[in-house]
Design a protein around this ligand. Sequence first.
Ligand SMILES: *[C@@H]1O[C@H](CO)[C@@H](O)[C@H](O)[C@H]1NC(C)=O
Ligand SMILES: *[C@@H]1O[C@H](CO)[C@@H](O)[C@H](O)[C@H]1NC(C)=O
Ligand SMILES: *[C@@H]1O[C@H](CO)[C@@H](O)[C@H](O)[C@H]1NC(C)=O
Ligand SMILES: *[C@@H]1O[C@H](CO)[C@@H](O)[C@H](O)[C@H]1NC(C)=O
Ligand SMILES: *[C@@H]1O[C@H](CO)[C@@H](O)[C@H](O)[C@H]1NC(C)=O
Ligand SMILES: *[C@@H]1O[C@H](CO)[C@@H](O)[C@H](O)[C@H]1NC(C)=O
Ligand SMILES: *[C@@H]1O[C@H](CO)[C@@H](O)[C@H](O)[C@H]1NC(C)=O
Ligand SMILES: *[C@@H]1O[C@H](CO)[C@@H](O)[C@H](O)[C@H]1NC(C)=O
Ligand SMILES: *[C@@H]1O[C@H](CO)[C@@H](O)[C@H](O)[C@H]1NC(C)=O
Ligand SMILES: *[C@@H]1O[C@H](CO)[C@@H](O)[C@H](O)[C@H]1NC(C)=O
Ligand SMILES: *[C@@H]1O[C@H](CO)[C@@H](O)[C@H](O)[C@H]1NC(C)=O
Ligand SMILES: *[C@@H]1O[C@H](CO)[C@@H](O)[C@H](O)[C@H]1NC(C)=O
Length: 369
Amino acid sequence: MDGAATCFNPQRKIPLLSSILLLLGIHLFHGNHTSTNLTLLSDGIQYYFSSNNSTDELHSLRRQSESQRSPACHPHFQVASPPGEPLTWSSSSKFKRLYFYHARKAGGTSLSYYFEKVARHHGLEFASMEYLGSEVPGSYDETTFYVTHLRHPVERSLSHFKYEGRWDCKQLIHNYTLYNASEANANKLETWNGTAGHHGTASCRKKFRLVTCAVNCYTQWFSSLSCPAWDIPIVTQAEKARDVLLRFNLIVILEKLKDPAYVAAVENFTGVPGLTMTRSAWCEPESHTANRMHPLMVKNETLGHLTELNGVDIDLYNNISSCLDNGSYDFPKWDDDRFAKNESSRVSYQEFSQWKIQQRLKKAKEKNS
Ligand SMILES: *[C@@H]1O[C@H](CO)[C@@H](O)[C@H](O)[C@H]1NC(C)=O
Ligand SMILES: *[C@@H]1O[C@H](CO)[C@@H](O)[C@H](O)[C@H]1NC(C)=O
Ligand SMILES: *[C@@H]1O[C@H](CO)[C@@H](O)[C@H](O)[C@H]1NC(C)=O
Ligand SMILES: *[C@@H]1O[C@H](CO)[C@@H](O)[C@H](O)[C@H]1NC(C)=O
Ligand SMILES: *[C@@H]1O[C@H](CO)[C@@H](O)[C@H](O)[C@H]1NC(C)=O
Ligand SMILES: *[C@@H]1O[C@H](CO)[C@@H](O)[C@H](O)[C@H]1NC(C)=O
Ligand SMILES: *[C@@H]1O[C@H](CO)[C@@H](O)[C@H](O)[C@H]1NC(C)=O
Ligand SMILES: *[C@@H]1O[C@H](CO)[C@@H](O)[C@H](O)[C@H]1NC(C)=O
Ligand SMILES: *[C@@H]1O[C@H](CO)[C@@H](O)[C@H](O)[C@H]1NC(C)=O
Ligand SMILES: *[C@@H]1O[C@H](CO)[C@@H](O)[C@H](O)[C@H]1NC(C)=O
Ligand SMILES: *[C@@H]1O[C@H](CO)[C@@H](O)[C@H](O)[C@H]1NC(C)=O
Ligand SMILES: *[C@@H]1O[C@H](CO)[C@@H](O)[C@H](O)[C@H]1NC(C)=O
């Protein structure tokens, strides 16, 4: 089991920033209005992006992905062509790596644990990302199996507010004797209305980065296009986000985990049980306690406003997930032949939690020595 540790390269966790910009810049915009030029420096690679508001080109973007079936209902074992090329699928190379995009406050801590277990069990490299935008499927140099998840945007936003928007997590954890969470020192849901939470926008100094988010968060995380200086219309961002999502192999819909038939279908697809086992996130015990002591009263009007603000994301969520509504989950079974498994790094799923603990101890030891 020890061998598995060396196989995991944490550097792999850093995705190529939005190769999507290339895709957009080169393929999708040939209109003629105001155009902005951007050069982003990331991982030593330059990306050029020119933005304008040509509706013609937006239509062509839509056409490109219209025929694509949602990976929420039709998960598969195909590899997407690199972004920048027209989207095609192939089975000519085997997957070596599993990438999990962790959308915040949508069950990602538990799902990340589960999909790491899936990766280790099958002898695949595991990479996950939170905070920064998603890697674009097809952009990585090693053949990668892409997984992510969605939860209803308003549920997600409320959950995010309760987790770290209502009170400051650091205060709840490190200053609990003095801080004493109460309605008096709580932030209000009424001001939880910016794309980055109570105010502001994604931080974009070096890279797109979005840690707290109240409004249209999937659109921002999957498109990586919400940096204010770029001034890209939200609908353009959402089109892009949809394009990226349609390149995934599997999208887990959180609400569906209540349906045992869905859970069985996903577990058959991954070949690993335990999809619904939950894990607690960093500040979860503290924020749960505070919210239990001071239950959040959501005014109808506030909920209506939050729903309105999240309209673009709600459309995106419905677009990707509504095909599951009829309760039929015709998912393929795990296809062993499609994966280039590293036999010497495989961890049985029964032993995964023990293996995880060992890794943590090993890391701590290395840090201290
Ligand atoms: C397979 O895993 C072992 C042990 O982690 C590692 O040393 C080796 O480089 C891996 N092989 C490949 C082809 O990645
Ligand atoms: C592009 O914009 C320029 C300047 O506004 C204008 O002169 C030109 O006619 C436009 N071209 C097209 C194809 O719309
Ligand atoms: C939009 O951007 C493309 C690519 O840079 C450029 O060719 C075109 O002239 C621009 N259109 C407008 C309307 O600025
Ligand atoms: C694009 O359109 C939006 C709204 O239609 C506008 O606010 C924005 O300034 C435009 N951006 C550019 C770069 O023209
Ligand atoms: C946009 O970027 C291209 C590529 O670097 C450059 O040739 C062009 O001059 C830039 N345009 C503007 C308006 O800055
Ligand atoms: C701890 O909480 C108290 C009461 O809110 C505050 O005055 C103090 O600055 C906090 N301490 C730290 C280190 O943040
Ligand atoms: C915290 O606030 C509650 C009322 O909300 C109060 O009953 C309690 O004594 C306070 N605790 C501390 C340590 O100040
Ligand atoms: C967000 O809330 C603030 C404070 O209540 C308010 O001033 C602002 O207009 C609101 N913005 C939106 C988009 O609702
Ligand atoms: C999962 O696989 C088992 C064993 O092959 C099969 O009996 C079951 O019907 C499958 N369930 C679903 C939901 O695909
Ligand atoms: C709550 O708000 C929605 C629209 O935001 C409205 O349709 C509904 O009637 C309201 N319900 C109550 C009980 O006020
Ligand atoms: C999703 O959006 C695309 C593009 O707007 C549209 O063509 C398609 O019909 C939508 N699908 C669903 C299920 O809403
Ligand atoms: C449910 O929807 C899926 C995807 O749209 C479709 O393939 C399937 O045939 C439908 N099943 C039933 C029982 O209607």
